[in-house]
Design a protein around this ligand. Sequence first.
Ligand code: AMP
Length: 637
Amino acid sequence: MTRYADFYRRSIDQPDAFWAEQAQLIDWHKPFDRVCNNDNPPFAHWFEGGQTNLCHNAVDRHLKDRARQPALICVSTETGLEKTYSFAELHAEVQRMAASLRTLGVQKGDRVLIYMPMVAEAAFAMLACARLGAIHCVVFGGFASGSLASRIDDATPKVIVSADAGSRGGKVVPYKPLLDEAIRLSSHKPAAVLLTDRQLAPMDLVAGRDQLWNDLRAQHMDASVPCEWLDSTAISYTIYTSGTTGKPKGVQRDTGGYAVALAASMKHIFDCRAGETYFSTSDIGWVVGHSYIIYGPLIAGMATLMYEGLPTRGLDLQPDGGIWWRLVEKYKVTAMFSAPTAVRVLKKQDPALLTQYDLSSLRALYLAGEPLDEPTARWISEGLKVPIIDNYWQTESGWPILTIANGVEKKDSRFGSPGIPMYGYKVKLLHESTGEELTQPNEKGVVVLEGPTPPGFMQTVWRDDERFVNTYWKSVPGKMVYSTFDWGIRDEDGYYFILGRTDDVINVAGHRLGTREIEESISGHSGVAEVAVVGVADALKGQVAMAFVVPKDSSVLQDSAGALKLEGEIMKCVDQDLGALARPSRVRFVSVLPKTRSGKMLRRAIQAVCEGRDAGDLTTMDDPAALQQIRDLMNTG
Ligand code: AMP
């Protein structure tokens, strides 16, 4: 096995040779002339002159050897549906979808906005766009009309692909009325809307605009739509970054670089092989869904498990906290990808559920999207007895920036650290105000990337190169580096620790504190299920930390003496771990914390409520009652 250090060095010192080699992991219709064109930084163009197609690499290329092998496994614990498509079946469905989209006027370069729940048709639509060379813009199904309208205006799609409804926890969420309202609000109007009817909610069809997928599919049962060969640098998709307010920011990705990056990551990072099964619990509305539900596993010739539902209900629609592990056993999942927040949900279930199933196929559980606190990592790692691998990345990067590359060299992960820089990434820590590089261990700085960014990284902001340069590449004076807007430190062995967003930092009496450090300390208390810490304006200290805790024992919520006692204990924990400076001014107890549907804590909204300000754009919020609880607590003092 190659030593990872050598592998990494080669990617940095001889990037052209390194990436030319990785590029052999995919099929090219026409070979590239140049590996990386970085003549006009920060715009890096990968594999110029080459022609390929994402759908060809994800589907067609596997027909020769594995046509009958499972490709897409759809499981919904919302509707009870469980269905597997082989590569041959997926190929047929994608062609039917591509033919349908073509009938609706979609051509190479056109945008197709996909506003869908986690159903097979969403995957068909994404792959069909890739097949035609159309640019897909998947908008998370949880977005409400206003956010959807602004994305319609930004993407100007020719066609929107949607469905009658989604479902969450058994509750039907009609999409069609939200979509109709969004189209009413938007200035741009799509020529057609293609709808999957799941028979979950009634739909009013708009004559001349709305088409049913079942009708079009029936007309194209034997469709043969060849893959459009695209320049490597052609846009494959745009995706809007989570948590954005105001004008949405469309992260734009290429074709060839992305395919190579994903193929390489499946091999080197996720240590996967063709014929195995990958299970990511994310949603196609997020970048993880693009990279590791749809494209990555399929490019690698794996079956991908697409899951709709909460982790706490079974296929019989009854409560089942072991459903994910049941699926791992049934489909012999070898790599699973989830988020810490999902694990924290499971933490409230019977731990015996973790040991009831045969998980011997599972090589690792990968977690990403937010800091993975040590107690959560330990809980799941001890319960499942498989390695837990944290990985740090962003919508912008498309694939992990920091993790461990088990496919190159097996290494233990370190609790609390997402890992070391992945090949191709020149990760640096810079002093926040001087911009100087921090080279000593354990110094805290802003995590930045030196260009050129590797294949798969965002090309630019859709239709806004200036915004791309100004937002990401000009935040450090005098240096053109990509800012992640995350704080980090690096230990003596080169392992990074992410301390939260540069914009989540609080300043208490002149001292900077990462809310993440305080949260980590609080979550170490055995009575704490989940915690959010925010900085709240304080006349004396500038800011003080305020903690909102979901207690493991919900009776605390009704027991003021018990709450006071637990508050005291938690403060003592922080005192002990970090010092009195970091001690929250109050610890308040709530039954649920405000989060986006993707599980990101809405710290800024909590902070705004604590400071009596408007909480801003809350369209991505999962449960509006969560913020109301905090409002009520603040009002009662
Ligand atoms: P998104 O683009 O929505 O995926 O959010 C990316 C941001 O999530 C990063 O900039 C980090 O702030 C945070 N993040 C993602 N993965 C991790 C991780 N493994 N550890 C800590 N923070 C993470």
